[in-house]
Design a protein around this ligand. Structure first.
Ligand SMILES: Nc1ncnc2c1ncn2[C@@H]1O[C@H](COP(=O)(O)OP(=O)(O)OP(=O)(O)O)[C@@H](O)[C@H]1O
Length: 810
């Protein structure tokens, strides 16, 4: 046991010794550091003077000294104790166990102190780092001071330059003033009273010069002071620069030294650090490799970037080239457009001027136009008046001419129309016609009867093939006379079935004179519409057995009467007679339809009834000239007479006899009236029949009459045809005999050369009775003038010296 205890003690002692060696080494290291620190502190003190850092350093020095002392004492006591411990251990009984314990405590205390010193050393290291950072801050301050010094030097140089300029200016000004003074002094006074002023001015100038010299001196002093200050600043600057360079050198040296110390300390510290360093080196190698890769990639990227930039540059260059070319083209266009632009600009300016002048020109033009219009209006007005006057004159002339034309043609004109043989009649044995026509003269009709050829000369003969239009063309002159205010009567005369109704009324698709006359009147009044306002009224009357009936009235069976107009005009009128105003062809059709319906309802057999009654269409045309104020009124009477056959000779009785008597009476009265009118008898027997009485105002005066004698071509109707033609011949002869002009023409009449056997009627001494039982009509005679009929149209064919033109072939 004792041996083991001794061995333990020996081991402990050795351990303590080992620890002591380590501690000794650490102490030496600390001493070296302290020495370095001391030197550094000394150096810094020499450089920067006493600061807080110095104070700390002083404290550190004191502490260092204390530590040194403690270390020395510790070392001596330690050695002593070790010696004692060695001596104790060498003994076999360990009588110094207490000492060992004390030594052990002492070792632990020293260990504690060593740890404290280690901490202290770490603190010193931190302080060293802080000092390094402070040194860097000082370096920065030094750099800032250097920059400020440079700035101050520049400012000083600038101010010195300005002072030099100001000084130079002042010197120049002073020289000028002195020269001026010298010149003033040299100039002799010209006028006495000016001298004083000049002297005063010279004094002022001298005073100003003196002031300027004072100022100049002050400025020069300031300048010298500034120069001195500048020199001092420059000296300070040089010293500062030198100090700065020294500090930099020292700082670099210190840094290197510190780094060496630290590396040494680190290298000595332990192998773990070395291992970590090796790892760090490995990491650094990896990092370098990675950095190399990164740099390679960076280089690649850089190359790629350069390549892309180069391509972009080339592309940009090509685009730029294209843009330049376009720009050149645009410039060329601009150059070419410039003249056009100039032209346009000049045009624009011209137009602008015109626009500016336009209101004035417009006003002027309007004024001129107004004047011209007023002038034209006055001219037109006067021309219009002149034309109106001429128009009135021409109208009157035309009216006169037309009237003269009708008069020359004859106020009573006689036409003959031969109806065609119908289809049924052609099939019968009676179809052979006994009538023939003169191809050279449309007024001649030949009739073969009982072996004789009779020649009838009328105003116009329409053969069977004559159309309604051709017939109407011959009568339309009379109808237009109605518009001029003349009364016109157109009669259709002939035996039953000879075509009277066909000629006057026509058929639906081929109208006769009635409808065509109304249409013509419409067209004529429409043509004159601007100046004339016309009104056309229509009445339809039937005369049956000397009884007057209104075919357009509500009660057609009522008998009408003819009376004298109570207005004192001497005109006749029919009270209650319906007058319908027509304004269009449609109105005409309606009126005719109404007339037909009323005529049909008033009788049992329309065909027979129409053959035995007279149908009158009375058209009144009233006109008002809006320009002249003239008024006209004409009446057109279109009469479809009853059949003219000689019923009396056939032994008719009863009502037929009465009808025949009435027809004969009216037709005879008509003949008598015509005879009296053309013979200019003082008395015209209008009142002998209802027909003539009704047509009184249309047969007298300047009235115009047309007798359309209808003839049947059939041999069975030949005697009636001869009678009708003889009647027409006599009527025409009456009219001719009353015309002086016709009388003159009649003197050279001759018989037809184609008919040698023509027998002229002996001139009737007494009035010739009308064809149908005319003997019963009082005064129904033709005038003696019928003894000298002639025809201007037949001068070359019929040489009638006396008597009528009616001749018979025996
Ligand atoms: N120019 C003509 N062309 C063709 N047909 C005609 C012509 N004239 C008459 N006719 C025909 O002859 C027939 C008899 O004619 P219309 O009735 O006109 O005779 P009318 O003399 O009026 O007889 P009434 O005295 O009995 O009235 C009718 O069928 C008619 O169509």
């Amino acid at each position: 046991m004792f041996n083991v205890q001794n061995i333990k003690t020996v081991l402990k002692v050795r351990f303590l010794l080992f620890n002591d060696v380590l501690w000794h080494l650490q102490v030496e290291e600390l001493e070296e550091k302290l020495l370095d620190q001391t030197q550094e502190v000394e150096r810094l003190r020499s450089e920067l003077g006493a600061t807080d850092l110095e104070k700390q350093l002083e404290l550190l020095v004191v502490e260092n000294e204390r530590l040194k002392q403690e270390l020395k004492s510790c070392r001596s006591s330690k050695l002593q104790k070790l010696d004692a411990a060695a001596e104790t251990c060498s003994c076999s009984h360990c009588p110094h166990s207490q000492d060992v314990e004390a030594l052990r405590r002492e070792v632990s205390r020293w260990e504690t102190q060593a740890r404290q010193r280690e901490r202290r050393l770490a603190e010193l290291e931190r302080e060293l780092l802080e000092k390094s950072s402070r040194t860097e801050a000082l370096q920065r301050q030094l750099d800032d001071s250097t920059r400020q010094l440079d700035d101050s030097r520049r400012q000083l140089e600038e101010s010195r330059r300005r002072q030099g300029e100001a000084e130079q200016k002042l010197t120049l000004r002073l020289q000028e003033c002195e020269e001026e003074l010298a010149r003033q002094a040299a100039t002799p006074p010209r006028v006495k009273y000016v001298t004083q002023t000049v002297e005063v001015e010279s004094a002022d100038s001298q005073k100003a010069v003196a002031e300027m010299q004072v100022k100049n001196n002050a400025l020069q002093e300031q300048l010298s002071a500034q120069r001195q200050l500048l020199r001092e600043l420059e000296t300070q600057l040089h010293e500062s620069q030198r100090t700065c360079a020294q500090l930099r050198t020292q700082l670099l040296a210190d840094r290197g030294r510190l780094c060496g110390l630290l590396s040494k300390a680190v290298g000595r510290r332990n192998s773990e650090v070395v291992r970590r360093l090796s790892k760090i080196l490995v990491y650094e190698g990896e990092m370098e490799r990675a950095q190399g890769q990164l740099e390679a990639e960076m280089q690649n990227l850089e190359e790629e970037k350069n390549r892309v930039i180069e391509e972009a540059f080339i592309r940009a260059e090509s685009e730029m080239k294209a843009v330049h070319e376009n720009l050149a083209g645009v410039r060329m266009n601009l150059l070419s457009l410039q003249p056009a632009l100039r032209t346009l600009t000049s045009d624009y300016n011209c137009l602008k001027r015109q626009v500016q002048d336009f209101p004035f020109m417009l006003d002027k033009a309007i004024t001129e136009a107004k004047q011209e219009i007023c002038q034209v209006i006055s001219e037109v007005s006067s021309t219009n008046q002149e034309l109106l006057r001429k128009y009135k004159r021409e109208m009157n002339l035309r009216k006169k001419c037309h009237n003269e034309l009708v008069r020359l043609k004859g106020n009573i004109r006689v036409f003959c129309r031969v109806r065609p043989v119908s289809q049924e009649e052609q099939d019968s044995a009676d179809a052979k016609t006994m009538l023939s026509f003169d191809s050279d003269d449309d007024a001649i009709l030949y009739l073969s009867n009982k072996g004789k050829v009779m020649t009838f000369e009328l105003d116009k003969v329409f053969p069977p093939h004559a159309t309604q239009e051709e017939v109407f063309q011959e009568v339309q002159a009379l109808i237009t006379s109605c518009i001029d205010g003349y009364n016109v009567c157109i009669f259709a005369y002939g035996q039953t079935g000879s075509g009277k109704t066909y000629t006057m009324e026509g058929v639906a698709d081929n109208p006769g004179i009635n409808q065509r006359a109304l249409r013509l009147l419409f067209s004529e009044v429409t043509e004159k519409a601007p100046d004339w306002d016309y009104k056309i009224t229509v009445s339809m009357v039937e005369i049956y057995n000397e009884t007057l009936r209104d075919l357009l009235g509500e009660n057609p069976s009522d008998k009408l009467d003819i009376k004298m107009n109570p207005d004192g005009s001497g005109q006749l009128y029919v009270p209650g007679l319906t007058e319908i105003t027509v304004q269009s062809p449609e109105d005409i059709n309606k009126v005719f339809e109404l007339g037909h319906v009323n005529r049909a309802t008033a009788c049992t057999n329309l065909n027979e009834h129409s053959s035995r009654s007279h149908a009158l269409l009375i058209i009144t045309v009233s006109g008002f000239n809006t320009a002249t104020g003239n008024r006209t009124q004409g009446k057109l009477n279109l009469v479809d007479l009853a059949g003219s056959e000689r019923i009396g000779k056939s032994g008719a009785e009863g009502s037929r006899l009465r009808e025949a008597q009435c027809i004969n009476k009216s037709l005879s009265a008509l003949g008598d009236v015509i005879n009296a009118l053309r013979s200019k008898h003082s008395h015209v027997p209008f009142r002998n029949s209802r027909l003539t009485y009704l047509l009184q105002d249309s047969l007298s005066g300047d009235s115009k009459t047309l007798m359309m004698v209808q003839v049947s071509p059939l041999p069975s109707n030949m005697s009636e045809s001869v009678c009708s033609l003889k009647f027409a011949q006599r009527v025409r002869s009456v009219e001719l005999s009353s015309s002086s002009s016709r009388k003159h023409e009649n003197s050279s009449t001759s018989s037809s050369p184609t008919h040698d056997s023509v027998e002229l009627d002996s001139p009737p001494v007494t009035p010739v009775p009308l064809p149908i039982s005319r003997a019963s009509s009082a005064g129904s005679t033709l005038s003696s003038a019928s003894r000298t009929p002639s025809s201007s149209r037949r001068r070359s064919q019929s040489q009638l010296s006396t008597g009528t033109r009616c001749s018979e072939v025996t």
